[in-house]
Design a binder for this molecule. Structure first.
Ligand code: ZN
Length: 242
């Protein structure tokens, strides 16, 4: 298992680590700041540096077999030797954009639920500050999109703190906000449960990396609203500031 430093501090850009394993699909470290693809958030890219070499990390994933984090190396870089001390450094600008986009999506889900009563059915984010979220809505219109955009931006501009909590599983399962966001579906072995609380806007169990205050997201545009079927309507957003 890899120690996941981003889980407690999303603002760490680099760390010292030791190479535990080099496999066909990449490099495993004892600890890392690289976020593995998941929960709609892309995996981090960056670089591993050691005495005598450097490898370019193109993606990070979590192994289904043993839960370790695998840093995928590009075709031309050498892999560091097992046991090597490395500096692991993420592409910060790309990651910070993912953090802002991820927080924007959670806030969007909070606003659509609190103001319109609709639950989330799915979501995903891309690099470039673009993301989509699907809602249990019977109808959707451009006017609705504009209304959501206004409300979302007003709430984000309040610059509320975004807190990371580790709640005992029993406590998380009793929290109404977390029940609504289906915390019970998280495997029973997970305890404590990591929770992201955009104070007063949205609270849900989540493994992703977020900004520390909602104001860091900046303005968000609703760029498209579309129907993806009955009781499934999609909202696409784009961050104003890249
Ligand atoms: Zn999330």
């Amino acid at each position: 298992m890899t120690e996941e430093l981003f889980s407690r501090d999303a603002y760490l850009r680099s760390c010292e680590a030791t190479v535990v394993e080099v496999r066909e699909d990449g490099v495993v470290l004892d600890r890392t700041v690289f976020y593995p693809r998941g929960g709609g958030q892309p995996g981090d890219s960056g670089v591993l540096r050691w005495d005598g070499g450097e490898s370019r990390v193109t993606d990070t994933t979590k192994s289904r077999d043993d839960g370790s984090l695998v840093h995928s190396i590009d075709d031309v870089s050498p892999a560091p030797p097992v046991g090597a001390a490395v500096i692991a450094e993420i592409d910060w600008d790309r990651r910070y954009q993912h953090m802002r986009t991820h927080t924007a999506l959670h806030a969007l889900s909070g606003v659509v639920y609190s103001d319109f009563g609709a639950k989330v059915t799915g979501g995903n984010m891309e690099s470039g500050g673009t993301a989509r979220m699907d809602f249990e809505l019977d109808t959707i219109s451009q006017e609705f999109g504009r209304e959501v955009e206004d409300r979302l931006n007003a709430r984000l501009a309040d610059d509320v703190p975004v807190q990371v909590h580790f709640l005992p599983r029993s406590e998380a399962l009793a929290d109404p906000d977390l029940i609504r966001t289906k915390v019970s579906l998280i495997p029973e072995s997970v305890d404590p449960i990591r929770v992201i609380d955009i104070v007063g806007i949205d609270k849900q169990a989540d493994g992703g990396t977020h900004v520390a205050a909602s104001g860091e997201v900046g303005e968000v545009h609703v760029v498209k609203t579309e129907s993806k079927g009955r009781a499934n309507k999609r909202i696409r957003i784009q961050l104003e500031r890249p």
